[in-house]
Design a protein around this ligand. Structure first.
Ligand code: MG
Length: 385
């Protein structure tokens, strides 16, 4: 018998996926790779499959199917293709934990399928909870499934409340680095370039989340994610800018005591904590040294300049399908900014415009979310052209 956790990684070729495989490679006695999926990066998927020998791989873009199939012919790895295969492989009996490291709305359906199949989730795809937090958390409760956060802030909060599950939380304090444009005003942001926005001061991450960090939308999405993960009211969620990114977030309890989780910014730590829970596994990641950081500083977020954070609180307040609209509009806005079709500040205008224009649905079903996502993307594109 073996006690290894069998892991499915959805999005194994991205930033989170590749770091998760580093963690797995360092702990062969704890983990085994069961499934790997990738959108387009067939070459890296093939290399990962040859190294980790998963049961199966999925290439979502089926144009690459033959290439992957051919390359893995002699490796005894099953090869599937297409979006629907990503959503169905998570149901395999042999999987213990599904790491969802897909970007954007595309993470929603596979996550639902995995929960329905009773799999625990290590959630790196924050958009899933932003879009459909009520549906996802309700389903997880019903199926007795755990959702372990991978996002560093939510991992910090989770680490602070381990052992405190019966103690009421007064509030949580999400820390934000402030991104590359912290302290800048609107007139200085009109003409910032893609290259400038992609230079995050502390974290090395995928393009989507890096742009979201520069606009503070990332923190907005994380506020919504936190509400659902920890069952909080919007008034219990505070955001504070902490440029050094050493305190990853904090929890204030009913007695006024605050717990914080600290460490160097390194995504492997929250990934490893989510996959290893309840065990803390040994790591050789670089350690934090207080003598190198004589001051940890804090400031209020500038929501006049970075309106996205205020819009996220507003979407949370409106509820229903409004956070889904916020997310879809933002996905289009970020993609068009990266295509250099939209200015930095205009991303927020697209999101705000869509939040007002797309029809409100108070209690959306999964189909309503799909419809809202589709409709919002069309509206957002119309606003950009
Ligand atoms: Mg984060």
């Amino acid at each position: 018998m073996n006690n290894k956790k069998h892991i499915a990684i959805l999005g194994s070729t991205g930033s989170i996926g590749t770091q998760a495989l580093e963690v797995i490679a360092a702990h062969p006695q704890n983990f085994e790779v069961e499934i790997l999926t990738a959108q387009n990066n067939a070459d890296l998927l093939i290399a990962q499959a040859k190294k980790f020998k998963p049961n199966a791989v999925v290439i979502a873009n089926d144009d690459h199917y033959n290439k992957v199939k051919e390359a893995l012919r002699s490796d005894n790895v099953k090869v599937f293709a297409g979006e629907s295969a990503v959503a169905s492989v998570v149901e395999m009996d042999s999987i213990d934990l599904v790491l969802t490291a897909l970007v954007g709305f595309s993470g929603l359906q596979p996550t639902i399928k995995a929960i329905e199949a009773g799999k625990n989730i290590a959630l790196a795809n924050k958009e899933t909870l932003v879009v459909a937090g009520e549906l996802i958390t309700g389903l997880a409760r019903q199926k007795g499934v755990n959702i372990f956060p991978v996002d560093s802030e939510h991992s910090a909060i989770f680490q602070c409340i381990v052992g405190e599950f019966h103690n009421p939380i007064e509030k949580i304090i999400l820390t934000a680095s402030g991104g590359p444009f912290r302290g800048k005003k609107k007139n200085e942001l009109v003409s910032v370039t893609k290259a400038q926005a992609l230079k995050h001061p502390n974290w090395s991450m995928g393009a989507k989340v890096t742009i979201d960090s520069a606009t503070l939308m990332n923190k907005g999405l994380e506020v919504i994610e936190a509400k659902w993960l920890f069952g909080l009211k919007p008034g219990q969620i505070e955001v504070i800018v902490h440029p050094q990114s050493i305190i990853h977030s904090m929890v204030q309890f009913y007695d006024g005591s605050i717990k914080a989780q600290l460490g160097l910014p390194d995504m492997r730590l929250p990934i490893q904590f989510a996959m290893g829970f309840p065990e803390r596994l040994k790591s050789d990641f670089p350690r934090f040294d207080f003598s190198k950081y004589p001051s940890l500083t804090f400031e209020q977020p500038d929501t006049e300049t970075f309106r996205n954070l205020a819009l996220a609180f507003e979407a949370l307040d409106r509820g229903g399908n409004n956070p889904c609209v916020l997310n879809a509009a933002n996905e289009i806005a970020v993609a068009e900014f990266l295509n250099q079709k939209l200015g930095f500040l205009e991303m927020t205008d697209v999101v705000a415009g869509c939040m007002d224009k797309v029809k409100f649905i108070a209690r959306p079903s999964f189909e309503d979310y799909q419809q809202t996502d589709k409709e919002t993307r069309i509206k957002a594109k119309e606003m950009i052209r």
